[in-house]
Design a protein around this ligand. Structure first.
Ligand SMILES: Cc1cc2nc3c(=O)[nH]c(=O)nc-3n(C[C@H](O)[C@H](O)[C@H](O)COP(=O)(O)OP(=O)(O)OC[C@H]3O[C@@H](n4cnc5c(N)ncnc54)[C@H](O)[C@@H]3O)c2cc1C
Length: 515
């Protein structure tokens, strides 16, 4: 089929950012076609039934929401809710031959203070924790609105935010140094550091860790990580609804293979031979893919470095520490993530081995939102567990992708089982073929399944949300490229990364600003 209609805009990529960009443009009266390679929308924000005989829809890739601004939800009119978790985190540990755990409530309370006391022997570390996060909370509140405005220079943004000390430790000094200065306890330091390493293969002493840390703490002005009600798929279902409602034409199974541009606009072709022309192109896949399609050299980036493991449980496992698992798994459950374990795992992975005592974090969606399970499974006490293993870079999987994946999965399970009274295998649901209800995704799988370059969950390295003078093309919204008709609308745009819709919003604003 040859399509010769001319659109105002072609959006390539039907992940959440592509849908957000397309809907903003359509709402402004533009004619928009969205082209998606896959047979379904969503990209890294999908829910699936990985174990078909069980009616359990798991968020297969991304699982928690923080960065999505309320403004985007309101502007687009989507009916999508995120739910607060009462527990922020739990970190089991062994001390003096005894099993314990650091339990941190979402809001500081007596139980949290007692838990810090048990771990550290006093109140000092807990006090420092509150001071540190209170300072960051003010930054989050002040910086969040800027994410949906044209970019500012570092100097201007710093002066408008007006928190020079916090700015310094968040943007200018390696976060590892800051954490070592402000906290004494190795485990407390590690719980803080984890947010700087999610999906980012770097040392605590590298400023790349600061960028990751910043994005994990400023989302929507609070930095709180919330549970998407109905799973990530519910978000995409709503985005699809409002896109269609506003007249976006959505074409699935449309893999874009060629992009041409002239002073009049753009033309793209798909693998099936269809051709589309438009004034502007908003590319909501990875910048590396866009560069390849345009015959340009791809921007350099770190590779992805995480294992994602999804599990369906017939019941929650008991913990060696004795804490009720319904409390322990309700927040983020950290395993082997002390500061020194994280730094050691990074060195081991860098030298080419899968780290033993693999650092990982987990959470149980169904403790906060049981709606992703059928009522029958809920009643029987089933739960889902999401595991995100750190410091497993794509390079470890190149030589033997399936063998290395099995080894990394085994390392994750053995790391977790160190703290469980019921080994995880004993509580996994059993599928009809006798296999256990567990699926693992390596960085190589993410590249193959979703087109995330080398499994990078943010498409490419995160940038600070301001202009720092190293830009190769003029950036106003963070979406512009060296071609006046081509924009980046996916996670790899400046201020993209994560489930936020910010890159989609900003690319649409860049296009509309030309009118
Ligand atoms: C395992 C995992 C866990 C994560 N956890 C979280 C989390 O809990 N919270 C969070 O905030 N973030 C998380 N992230 C990151 C977040 O999911 C992504 O950064 C974000 O979803 C990217 O959205 P996007 O719309 O920009 O791109 P994508 O979701 O990558 O979508 C891009 C789309 O473009 C399509 N495409 C690519 N090339 C072409 C082409 N040539 N033609 C047509 N279509 C094309 C792809 O098929 C894809 O559907 C996670 C990511 C992963 C992988």
């Amino acid at each position: 089929m040859i399509v010769d209609k001319k659109y105002d805009a072609i959006v390539v990529g039907g992940g959440h950012n592509g849908l957000v960009a397309a809907t903003y443009l359509a709402k402004a009266g533009k004619s928009v076609v969205l082209l998606e390679s896959a047979s379904e929308l969503g990209g890294a924000t999908t829910s699936v039934r990985p174990f078909p005989e069980y009616d359990a829809r798991l968020s297969r890739y991304s699982y928690l929401v923080s960065l999505l601004p309320d403004q985007i939800v309101a502007d687009l009119g989507i009916n999508f809710k995120t739910l607060e978790r009462s527990i922020a985190s739990y970190t089991p540990y062994k001390k003096g031959g005894k099993d314990g755990g650091l339990l941190i409530s979402q809001n500081w309370d007596a139980r949290t203070a007692e838990s810090f006391r048990e771990l550290t022997g006093g109140d000092e570390e807990g006090k420092k924790w509150q001071e540190f996060y209170n300072e960051i909370a003010v930054l989050a509140e002040r910086i969040a609105p800027y994410m949906l405005q044209p970019l500012k220079s570092a100097v201007d943004l710093k002066s408008e935010i007006g928190l020079p000390e916090v700015w310094k430790f968040m943007m200018e000094r390696p976060i590892g140094e800051v954490i070592q200065d402000r906290f004494q306890d190795d485990l407390v330091r590690g719980v803080v550091l984890t947010d700087a390493l999610i999906g980012t293969f770097t040392s605590a002493q590298d400023l790349q860790a600061n960028r990751c840390f910043l994005y994990h703490l400023i989302g929507n002005g609070t930095g709180q990580w919330r549970v998407p009600q109905g799973g990530m798929g519910a978000f995409v279902t709503e985005l699809n609804r409002v896109a269609l409602l506003n007249g976006v034409e959505i074409n699935l199974n449309s893999h874009v293979t060629d992009i041409d541009s002239s002073s009049d606009g753009v033309a793209v072709s798909t693998a099936s031979g269809d051709k589309y022309v438009a004034t502007d192109l908003l590319f909501a896949g990875a910048p590396q893919t866009l560069a390849k399609l345009r015959g340009k050299s791809a921007p350099l980036s770190l590779e992805g470095s995480q294992m994602k493991i999804n599990m369906l449980l017939s019941r929650l496992p008991r913990l060696k520490s004795g804490l009720d698992p319904a409390l322990a798994f309700a927040g983020t459950f950290h395993i082997n993530e002390t500061y020194s374990q994280l730094e050691k795992a990074y060195e081991v992975a860098k030298s080419g081995d899968i780290p033993s005592d693999l650092p990982l974090e987990m959470y149980c969606h169904t403790l906060t939102d049981p709606t992703i399970l059928s009522p029958e499974l809920s009643q029987r006490g089933f739960h889902t567990l999401t595991l995100f293993g750190l410091h497993t870079p794509a390079a470890l999987f190149d030589a033997d992708p399936s063998g290395a994946k099995e080894a990394a999965k085994a390392a994750a399970i053995s790391s977790l089982n160190q703290y469980l009274a019921d080994p995880i295998e004993s509580v996994l649901a059993i599928c009809s073929d006798g296999s256990l209800a567990i699926e693992a995704k390596s960085p190589i799988d993410l590249d193959a399944d979703l087109g995330l370059p080398r499994g990078n969950i943010f498409h490419r390295d995160l940038d600070f949300p301001f202009l720092d003078g190293t830009e190769s093309a003029p950036l106003n919204w963070g979406s512009e490229t060296d071609d006046a008709h081509i924009y980046l609308a996916g996670a790899g745009a400046r201020r993209g990364g994560g489930v936020s819709g910010i890159a989609g919003h900003n690319a649409a604003m860049a296009v509309l600003a030309k009118d």
